[in-house]
Design a protein around this ligand. Sequence first.
Ligand code: DGI
Ligand code: FE
Ligand code: FE
Ligand code: FE
Length: 187
Amino acid sequence: MNRHEALEIVKKQLTEHRYEHTIGVMETAIELARRYGEDEKKAELAAIFHDYAKFRPKEEMKQIILEQNMPKDLLSYHSELWHAPVGAYLVRTEVGIEDEEILNAIRYHTSGRAEMTLLDKIVYVADYIEPGRIFPGVDEVRELARKDLDQALIRALQNTIQFLLKKNQPIYPDTIYTYNALIINKK
Ligand code: DGI
Ligand code: FE
Ligand code: FE
Ligand code: FE
């Protein structure tokens, strides 16, 4: 599937704002793939489809999580987390993408996971730093991403965890596992 076909498909699923975010993630993911030696076409497709399920009704997402035996604990946490695993499922069943590396990058783009692949990291960081993002701390992560992808990821996770703590929100275990794995493996 080429970029044009993929964008045509995803555009129908998204608002204009979210489509522009998706273009930003795509461009950023391709840059990161070039810098860190990942397959640029995989990074492009994973980025294009990463938010495919963002606007599905909560009830539909909940049903898919239960029927497809996804981790049930997701349902106890913020519904913002659901579109990532549900997106991976729908991108396979509705769009026909079977590449597990791409599907995993979509599946883990919000929570992260303990053993992130290079492609997972690229999509996670691209989602965080694409040019349309304006939250506090994003420029620092942009800078870090030029030199050290893991450092960028660590800072993005720290910011996200802090943001959730301040709002009295629970933190999904995978997010903590992702952070711990990166800190422990840091040389
Ligand atoms: O879909 P996007 O808005 O582009 O970005 P995303 O898929 O990374 O969603 C991030 C949002 O999810 C962020 O505003 C915080 C929220 N969130 C809620 N609970 C958790 C969480 N993010 C993480 N990483 N872990 C959580 O437990
Ligand atoms: Fe997302
Ligand atoms: Fe994210
Ligand atoms: Fe996104």
